[in-house]
Design a binder for this molecule. Sequence first.
Ligand code: BGC
Length: 856
Amino acid sequence: MLSLSHLGYDSSGFSWIIESDRTNVVQTMYQLQVSLHQDFTSSFYDTGEISSCSSVCVPAVGLDLPSSETVYWRVKVWDNHDEDSGWSDPQVIITNPNQKEWKAKFITPETSEDASLAKGKLLRKEFDIDSEITRATVYATALGIYELHINGQRVGDALLTPGWTEYEERLLYQTWDVTALLKKGKNAVGAVLGSGWYKGDLAGWLGRRNIYGDRNAFFMQLDIRYENDKKQVEITNDNWKHSDGPIIFSELYHGETYDAREEKHGWNTADYNDNSWTKAEVLDVDYKKLAPQDGQLVKRQDILPVKEIIVTPEGETVLDFGQNLVGWVRFTVSGKKGDTVKLRHAEVLDHNGNFYTANMRDARNEILYMLKGDKNEVFEPHFTFQGFRYVSVDEWPGTINPEDFKAVVIHSDMNRVGEFECSHELLNKLHHNILWGLKGNFVDIPTDCPQRDERLGWTGDAQVFARTSTYLMDTRTFFIKWLRDLRISQKESGAVPHVVPDILSGKFTEDDVNENVDSVSGWGDAAVICPWAMWLAYGDKKALGECYESMKAWVDFIRNRATDGLIWNTDFQLGDWVALDAKEGSYFGATATDLIATAYYAKSTEILAKTAEILGFYDDKVSYESLLKNIKDAYAKEFFSHTGRLVSPTQTAHILSLAFDMTPEDYKKRTIQGLLKLIEDNDGHLTTGFLGTPYFCQVLADNGCLKNAYDLLLKEDYPSWLYQITKGATTVWEHWDGIKPDGSMWSDKMNSFNHYAYGSVGEFLYRVVAGIDTDLERTGYKHIVIKPQPGGGITHTRAKVLTPYGDASIKWDIKNSVFSLNAVIPHNSSATITMPDGTKNDVGSGAYSFSCKIDQ
Ligand code: BGC
């Protein structure tokens, strides 16, 4: 039996997963149809039978979707066993309006005098529907953050819409089918509008706000269709009215103040008396910046109960949710009208067990709620989120009952794809912490941290974690979205800003006068490394192609900055950020920054040359290959002595020289020995920062030092990945010494307990410990590399990755010096399974078992 699952469509094309009870199944043909009718009585697009094994991001050549329609698509496939799947169930696509169809206006409830305010404003309008409708679709967005309501009900379950993009050029609108929410007769539509990234506080240490504007605005177009093909369009315009509401204040960093006494009962339903409301004003906003939602929407993902209530030595009553998470607290409260609830949020308790918020810097993370006096008032904030494990209940009417509080976990709505479990409990916890680092920091954009007055799309953090993210969740469209903004923010010169969306260029430091200070190695390389990580994990050629010019511009930018076009030693660099070999109190690691910058330059050039080949740009391939060779030669001359000693005697210098293949063959042995010596000198520990750490274990494993890789990975004393777990970490820390062995903390100026950069070792858990990787020539797991490299005394490992072709899983154990492996390879894919004794088997889809002798 052949069948299909996981059918999907987006800007990269159509995808499906093949299910079959046979082994060795390969798709031989497919046929795709697109129709205006669910029963496919006729279709306006039909590929016919295409001989192809392609089932992931299949481009629809020549498909021209009609605008503002609901269309249906289906697919049928054939396999190498002469079976066919039959037609899949019809899948719905709601298509986007053309530019010229936009009629709605951006309407604002604010004047410029409201620039410093952060109220949740209410907007509303009523309209009639005179007969039965067949369907209704709403398109909505905002300058700010909005929540949309129709006839008293919230539309969709997305949060913090429209998310954060380069608003000046790209503002995403969201689309919902609202047929079921409308009724014949009088209807009402309402919106709540908050400050968000558009006009609220951002980059607290710079005191920035109103970055994009000082007036929020809302935009909505409701497209209603009747039986007789009649259309009705409801739009935001100056017939809408606005009013203040119960949200007195709401800001991403600072939390929310909500006065339930100010609720306007029935404001979002028909027949509400809005005589006292004020007319909204139309703002002139260019439709050109409107673009359809292209990443996953942020949604509620999980609800966690209170694990424990703590009374601290200072007397605060603190809820412990047992997990450092991102979202907010939902509470149920009863009391008198005007009673108040006050909550504050923290990631950790201090050395003495007291509530600790100093590392939040200027982010207040405070919830204030004034009761209306009902029984069981339930509250969740609207336009803010917090990164926290602990909540101090400063004010609460009556007894504090743990049942009344739940933590709501939010993040971009990505499918979980990876599972990892092994016999080493702390390693399992590390995997858990890495996963929660992703959850907390993939909230519409990849952020450095989710709690302090920062939460920015730092490019360096994103690039070091990109590949690991693909092992944990489906981050393909998340990165497609963010990379579109990266490309917009990229300068004419090819420079890539530190953060995307870019709110730091020209503002980063006081002497930030030249744009090159706004573009540094290891951060700007996100323009090349992130698309490449996505290419490896998903094999989405369309997405890679979209990035090509930007990748090239980045490499050319460096070439223009570099001395002789080869050694990048001309600019300010962040270098091996927060490495332990930094001078006391400094963030800048000891590794020579020109060495790092040149190594990364080579890495990006190498990826660019490969990308040129994949996309068929052969002249570019040849010219960047030759540039790469020249950079490597220059690097060898500049950074190695003539006997092969590295000039920068740090772990990171050695790691990058090996990881990026910058070490001449003759010097390899010495470089590896040098690295081992540096580990030994540091008592078996790492000293690396953001740029060296991600490659550390992999470099050791790839250079015959697997044992050293495991020794490093499994270290439990300071500094190490597992040390922080022994200190109670439930997410990955920004600093190896966020909490020092004596319990004191790294400076509160920059001490996040939820930073995913060091979680980039997650890739090693999947690729090396479990042994699941994509073949680099047939990416997106079209061909899978199963190659477990056991060590560290680990006796069993089980891992699963939902690849674009389906689940690839592996289970291995070691008993009595026998290594046994079970692997499952998804259909329409194949694998090479390499056992620890070096034996290799090439297999098609199916379940396989192998065993071999192993030294323990
Ligand atoms: C961020 C980092 C970032 C760094 C670079 C920090 O404030 O949290 O993760 O990459 O700045 O300067």
